[in-house]
Structures are given as structure tokens and as C-alpha cells.
Design a binder for this molecule. Structure first.
Ligand SMILES: CC(C)(COP(=O)(O)OP(=O)(O)OC[C@H]1O[C@@H](n2cnc3c(N)ncnc32)[C@H](O)[C@@H]1OP(=O)(O)O)[C@@H](O)C(=O)NCCC(=O)NCCS
Length: 185
């Protein structure tokens, strides 16, 4: 795997992806707080992230992944406004595969920003990191997220039954995959 010495910043249309830094801690925390009721519908870590030290821990872990080449976290921006986070939650260099995760400020939904951000990360994963496989894990019923995945070319591969505790119930998880030779740029 070709992990770069310094993570690049990406500009695509109205979207900028910027590598996470410690300076992002407070803005990321504030963005989670602003969107917590909407994010918690699909992201079970939100209820655990209710004080800034949890975001500090997330940032520390993400930066350690940059050092270890085991993950990559970016903040998503438009017009100099931070609107979300997208990452390779983990990168498995031995097997040349990675898992993507993302969320965006509710106010900026439905404008194609996540699709653009995800497409940029996928292209970087295949063309620069030389990955072979990418995965997205999406809770059943999260149609907005599966629409993003399908738009980029991911295919549903499997369903994990009651694999995630979401708020007050177990939910199924759907695994979407995209292989290098299924990616059409
Ligand atoms: C799921 C989530 C990330 C989707 O983000 P999003 O930014 O709204 O996604 P996009 O805008 O790229 O999705 C495309 C939508 O924008 C529209 N769109 C507008 N302009 C577009 C463009 N230039 N390109 C692509 N789509 C565009 C599409 O028609 C589509 O609309 P629809 O969903 O009403 O059919 C967001 O809803 C979210 O953060 N949810 C909560 C957290 C979450 O579920 N995270 C994912 C966990 S797996």
C-alpha cells in the first residue's frame, strides 16, 4: 500500500477535504452537538460524545492512525465552513482494503456534498493507496446513506443480522463493497 508521507488536501467542485488536525477538535465537537438529534438516528457513538474530551480522544486516535497508516480522517468543508467528517475508519494494508464512514451537517444535506467527498476518497484509495477493496457499513433503513454508496458504484454484499445497537434496539447492518476493477472513475 502506498500511504503518503503527508496527507493531501482535496478540492472538488464546492467541496474541500482537509486532513484532520488537533485544531479541528472544538469545531468538530460543536458540529456534533449542533446535529446530535439527527446524527444519533444512525450513528451510535453520538450519545457517547457529549463532552469535548470524547472528541479529543477521537482526534488523538485518528492522528495515531495517520502515524500508523491504519486510517485517514478528513473534515469536509464548503465555502470555508466545516460541514462534516469523512474517513477511512480503518485501513488494512496487508489485504489492501479499507472501510469508509461519513456524516454531514443536516443543513448541508441533499446537495451532493457527501457523494462528492466519498467519490474523492474512493478515487484516492484506488489510485494512490492502491487499495483493492472498500467497504461501507450502513444500518438497514439508512436510505440516504445507501443512496450515496450506490451512486458511487458500491454493491450490497451482505446483511449482518442485529449487528448494531442503535439507541434502543438492535438493527441489521448492510455491507456494501466496491472492488478496484468495479470502479469506473
Ligand atoms: C447519509 C448522509 C451522509 C448523506 O449525506 P448528503 O450530503 O445528504 O448526501 P448527498 O447530498 O451526496 O446525497 C445525494 C442527494 O443530494 C442530491 N444531489 C443534489 N445535488 C447533487 C449532486 N451534484 N451530486 C449528487 N447528488 C446530488 C441527490 O439527488 C440526493 O438527494 P436524495 O437523497 O433526496 O435523493 C447524511 O444524510 C448524514 O450525515 N446522515 C446522518 C449520519 C449518517 O447516516 N451517516 C452515514 C452512516 S453509514
Amino acid at each position: 500500500m502506498q500511504y503518503p508521507a503527508a496527507l493531501p488536501t482535496f478540492h472538488e467542485g464546492e467541496v474541500t477535504l482537509s486532513p484532520l488536525t488537533t485544531q479541528d477538535t472544538e469545531p468538530v465537537f460543536k458540529l456534533v452537538m449542533k446535529n446530535r438529534m439527527y446524527l444519533r438516528n444512525w450513528l451510535n457513538w453520538v450519545d457517547q460524545n457529549n463532552a469535548i474530551d470524547q472528541t479529543e480522544k477521537f482526534v488523538r486516535k485518528s492522528l495515531q492512525q495517520h502515524t500508523d497508516h491504519t486510517g485517514m480522517t478528513y473534515t469536509i468543508w464548503t465555502n470555508n465552513i466545516m460541514i462534516g467528517v469523512i474517513s477511512f475508519n480503518w485501513i488494512d494494508g496487508l489485504n489492501k482494503k479499507a472501510q469508509i464512514g461519513y456524516w454531514i451537517d443536516e443543513e448541508f444535506q441533499g446537495k451532493g456534498f457527501t457523494t462528492t467527498a466519498c467519490r474523492v476518497l474512493v478515487r484516492f484509495g484506488f489510485e494512490t493507496l492502491q487499495l483493492h477493496r472498500m467497504e461501507l457499513i450502513i444500518a438497514s433503513g439508512n436510505d440516504k446513506s445507501s443512496a450515496v454508496a450506490k451512486r458511487i458504484g458500491f454493491q450490497k454484499e451482505a446483511t449482518l443480522t442485529q449487528a448494531e445497537w442503535l439507541n434502543d434496539h438492535f438493527t441489521d447492518q448492510e455491507i456494501y463493497r466496491l472492488l478496484a476493477d468495479e470502479w469506473h472513475g
